[in-house]
Design a binder for this molecule. Structure first.
Ligand SMILES: C[S@@+](CC[C@H](N)C(=O)[O-])C[C@H]1O[C@@H](n2cnc3c(N)ncnc32)[C@H](O)[C@@H]1O
Length: 237
């Protein structure tokens, strides 16, 4: 049994921001995953490991095949499901993925050994806070799927490593709808995430150096395109 995640782990996936019946339609009507990805999806579901939901899988397939990124960075590997999905649909891409949870790293290594047929994926172990500053390459696609309160902290380093024209996708940014509420209506335990996400929106949604779009898939995605070499962001701690 997996120890890192309890049965309450995917709380916001069970209070979708889009009507339940539309979510059901998107999850069942769009082409399902098969083979190794199906195996990993079933494992994640059984063990409550939070991986991207099916509507996001379908969107990522579309994005990968359309953009065909060459160098992808992911923060938040878990068992390697989204990294393997991206590898499958962007066969010429190199993928670097970061995780800090030893239990997840163990599963990811096993899965990459078994299923990363073209050897596209490199797993970097450690907290993204430390790992990001060691990166020397530039990327044309970044997927951020880790601790939500830290997105705003990681963003300056991410943008430094992103090519002009590159895209950043940040997952789970609606917090089950909490981000549209006043902070006093948000549970105390969720307020650090709430504040971090509000700072992220303040820094990006009207930033002239970025094109931003909020997409209501899963618990919400923020998409950013870097339009110029230097992006001004408010100071972050
Ligand atoms: C939602 S899961 C990732 C799911 C994966 N992207 C997928 O869809 O298949 C989040 C992962 O991020 C990792 N994580 C959270 N904060 C992190 C950080 N600061 N540095 C590195 N990994 C982090 C967790 O250990 C966890 O495995």
């Amino acid at each position: 049994m997996v120890e890192s995640y309890s049965k309450n782990a995917n709380h916001n996936m069970r209070r979708p921001v889009v009507k339940d019946e539309i979510v059901e339609f998107m999850r069942h009507r769009q082409e399902q995953v098969t083979g190794s990805l199906k195996e990993l999806e079933n494992f994640a579901r059984k063990e409550n490991i939070p991986i991207i939901p099916h509507e996001t899988v379908a969107y990522f397939r579309f994005l990968m095949e359309t953009i065909q990124p060459k160098n992808i960075l992911e923060i938040g590997t878990a068992i390697g499901f989204s990294a393997l999905l991206m590898a499958q649909h962007a066969p010429n891409a190199k993928i670097t993925t970061i995780d800090r949870n030893p239990e997840m790293i163990g599963f990811a290594k096993e899965n990459f050994d078994k299923f990363d047929n073209r050897q596209q994926i490199t797993l970097l172990e450690g907290d993204a806070v430390d790992v990001l500053s060691t990166l020397t390459e530039t990327y044309d696609f970044v997927f951020m799927d880790s601790a939500k309160s830290k997105y705003i902290v990681f963003l300056p380093e991410i943008l430094k490593h992103l090519e002009v024209g590159g895209v950043v996708v940040l997952d789970d940014i609606f917090q089950g709808g909490d981000i549209a509420k006043d902070i006093m209506e948000v549970r105390r335990g969720q307020r650090t995430i709430y504040r971090g996400l509000q700072r992220l929106f303040d820094a990006t949604l009207n930033n002239p150096g970025l094109t931003a779009s909020l997409v209501p898939l899963g618990d919400g995605i923020l998409m950013l395109r870097k339009n110029q070499a230097k992006i001004e962001l408010p100071d972050v701690d």
